[in-house]
Design a protein around this ligand. Structure first.
Ligand code: PLP
Length: 402
């Protein structure tokens, strides 16, 4: 057994060790998130536990029995994520009135599906964003096939409010991917709560260091940990943080019956990556702002979006609910051809999908067909390169694409 051992509580229980009196900063929280009580001769972060089953004499009690249900490596990661997603002043523990319970999944889509399919029944209504992650419409089709009414409305202008009446669950994605629109979380959540509607927020783009949906009253904060949260582009993972133990139980049951569980190696790599979360996020987001500021000066660039730019339409709402604005910048070049030449001419930015990695990436989003964006639409994710180099590369590639 790892240092986590038998003295640890169930998944999502609070941080080990005596807490430093007073609040600590995000870097401190990230580097210590989920670590167990130090044990002599054990590593600070215990290694991945590879097991399909655990030694279990007698009654089938205790946390670790069969590894589709629980694994000690997940427990530590879930505790870490719970600490980061928890409303300020609470831990990720299961003991307080504002407790947070977190469950990890094999991918962001597994986490998203777990919330939607565990909470909705035939005859229910769900409100999805019209401009959310590109797989969300496929999920919507599946929900419809199961007799659930699916309504959609754009993220911008809090338009989902207009179709909320009678809904069992509101699904929000802010900032939206790839359009980077932002909705007013507090306003949507208050309206939903007044109607008895559950709220789930896709927190992938912001990360818990950028935005804490549970603190704003959401029932679920859901994310793909594949992106900036883990940041190295070497694993897929997802998680759900739940404010309420009963809803968390339904999500846990869904994970058990569908079995969309992460491997211990992925879970461990993710936890290791959390140590550098604040350093990566601050550097990447500063780089994204530098790129956005440079793009703003270019007459050949239109539709520039970055919520951290003071003149971005999303900025006034973003500053009220976000602590950091993300590493993704989107913009449009005048044609598909020009966008492709721009991507070819980049030297420090890989032409690749996904986002949030330490190496910058960009892609012509329309090549997937799914998103309702122009042919020349580019989604660029800033990495941790030196800002001056990154900006220089983007500008030279624009010049060569003219
Ligand atoms: C990537 C992404 C997902 C899906 O996550 P996977 O880990 O790829 O399954 C969901 N929502 C958003 C906003 C994403 O960017």
């Amino acid at each position: 057994m790892t240092a986590d051992g038998t003295q640890s509580g169930p998944a999502g229980s609070g941080p080990a060790g005596t807490p430093l009196p007073g609040p600590v900063g995000d870097g401190t929280r990230a580097v210590r998130a989920g670590l167990p009580e130090p044990v002599k001769h054990e590593p600070a972060l215990p290694g991945p536990v590879f097991a399909a089953h655990f030694h279990l004499p007698g009654e089938a009690t205790g946390p670790y029995r069969y590894a589709r249900d629980e694994n000690p490596t997940w427990t530590l990661l879930e505790r870490a994520l719970g600490e980061l997603e928890a409303p300020d002043g609470t831990t990720g523990g299961t003991d307080g009135p504002r407790s947070v319970e977190t469950l990890v999944f094999a991918s962001g889509m597994a986490a998203i599906s777990a919330v939607l399919f565990s909470q909705l029944r035939a005859g229910d209504t769900v409100v999805l964003p019209a401009d959310g992650y590109q797989v969300l419409p496929l999920v919507g089709e599946q929900l419809t096939a199961y007799g659930i009414e699916v309504r959609t409305a754009p993220t911008a202008g809090d338009a989902q409010l207009d179709v909320l009446d009678g809904a069992r669950l509101l699904w929000v994605e802010t900032p939206s991917n790839p359009g980077l629109d932002v909705c007013d979380l507090r306003r949507l959540i208050d309206a939903a709560r007044a109607r008895g509607t559950l709220v789930a927020v896709d927190n992938t783009l912001a990360t818990p260091l950028g935005q804490r949906p549970l603190e704003l009253g959401a029932d679920f904060s859901v994310a793909s940990a594949t992106k900036q949260l883990t940041g190295h582009g070497d694993l897929l993972l997802g998680y759900v943080s739940c404010r309420d133990a009963a809803t968390a139980e339904a999500v846990r049951r869904w994970r058990k019956i569908v079995g969309a569980i992460p491997g211990p190696m992925e879970a461990w790599l993710a936890h290791r990556s959390l140590a550098t979360l604040q350093v990566r996020v601050d550097r990447q987001n500063a780089n994204a702002l530098a790129v956005a500021e440079a793009l703003r000066e270019r007459p050949d660039v239109s539709g520039l979006r970055y919520p951290g730019l003071p003149d971005d339409p999303a900025h006034p709402v973003a500053v009220r609910q976000m602590q950091r604005f993300g590493c993704v910048v989107s913009f449009t070049l005048s044609s598909r051809d020009r966008a492709e030449r721009f991507l070819d001419a980049l030297t420090l930015v890989d032409d690749a999908t996904s986002f949030g990695g330490v190496r910058s990436t960009a892609e012509r989003r329309r090549r997937w067909g799914g998103d309702p964006v122009p042919e020349g639409f580019i989604r660029l994710s800033a990495g941790i390169e030196d800002a001056a180099d990154l900006v220089r590369d983007v500008l030279q590639a624009l010049d060569r694409a003219l």
